[in-house]
Design a protein around this ligand. Structure first.
Ligand SMILES: [Mn+2]
Length: 276
């Protein structure tokens, strides 16, 4: 039995499936999570949310608490951002995922979020992992920016060991010597996780590449490698985005990508729509 016992295939052979109103993550379905990097205003979020719903996106994303490399960058709207996300959910019926950065905000974020996201920079914030492990809300755990696969699974183990078995892993790229891309999205981590663990694993080609032009090809590669879903940043006007504009797709680009992914998923015996 590896050190990450509860997360391991040895412990549980059948895949963990996370049931949400619009999709089943880990069931073989290719689940699409999309939205802006940060919630910027009600107008931005609600308008985009309806567009995404029409395209067949399953889950909305949007950051209200943004851990930024520079303290002078936009750091999110806080609880007002969460309220806007909740309105987007009411309007569309789509579940929402948002990042929690601080254990002191757990009760607040639980009031609004369907999935709690632990960001890359907090993958080894063990107190935060234990706290989200004590609730039963699904947790999306991003890979740390310099974490090995084993360290990532051990971070998941912190959540599982507290009783919360609803963990979704997210490959978002790691730091390498390459600087052309923002991070190096580790495609091989996806099938590796599938071998080592029963937990679902999705990919985030937006942060994984940092470049809009590379998002769609890397998204296709991730699905081909077996990812249970994709997390994609989309903005109606990326040049005006308060964060991560250069890696945000335009809504029309997402629509094009989804049209490419549908037949691709089918050829692999999988589907984007409906539940499997
Ligand atoms: Mn972002």
């Amino acid at each position: 039995m590896p050190a990450y016992q509860l997360a391991s295939r040895e412990y549980q052979q059948e895949d963990t499936v996370i049931e949400l109103k619009t999709c089943r993550i880990g069931s073989g379905q290719v689940v699409i999570i999309a939205g802006p990097c940060a919630v910027e205003s009600e107008e931005q979020m609600l308008g985009l949310a309806s567009t995404l719903k029409e395209m067949g996106v399953h889950i909305l994303r949007g950051g209200a608490f943004k851990p930024r490399t520079s303290p002078y960058s936009f750091r999110g709207l806080g609880e007002e951002g969460l309220r806007i996300l909740a309105r987007a959910r009411e309007l569309t019926g789509l579940p929402v995922v948002t990042e929690i950065t601080d254990v002191r905000n757990l009760d607040m974020v639980l009031k609004y979020a369907d999935i709690l996201q632990i960001g890359s920079r907090n993958m080894q914030n063990f107190d935060l992992l234990r706290e989200v492990g004590r609730v039963h809300r699904p947790v999306l755990l991003k890979r740390g920016l310099a974490a090995t696969i084993e360290e990532w699974l051990l971070a998941a183990e912190y959540i599982l060991a507290e009783g919360n078995r609803n963990v979704i892993l997210c490959e978002r790229g790691i730091r390498t010597y390459e600087t052309y891309t923002r991070n190096t999205l580790d495609i091989s981590a996806i099938p590796a996780i599938k071998e080592l663990s029963h937990l679902p694993v999705i990919a985030d080609p937006s942060h994984g590449t940092g470049r809009r032009s590379l998002v769609a090809p890397v998204a296709r590669a991730a699905v081909a490698a077996g990812a249970d879903g994709l997390m994609l940043e989309v903005h109606p006007c990326p040049e005006e985005a308060l964060s991560d504009g250069p890696q945000s797709l335009l809504p029309a680009q997402l629509e094009h990508l989804l049209a490419e992914l549908r037949p691709m998923a089918e050829s692999l015996g999988r589907r984007l729509s409906g539940s499997i």
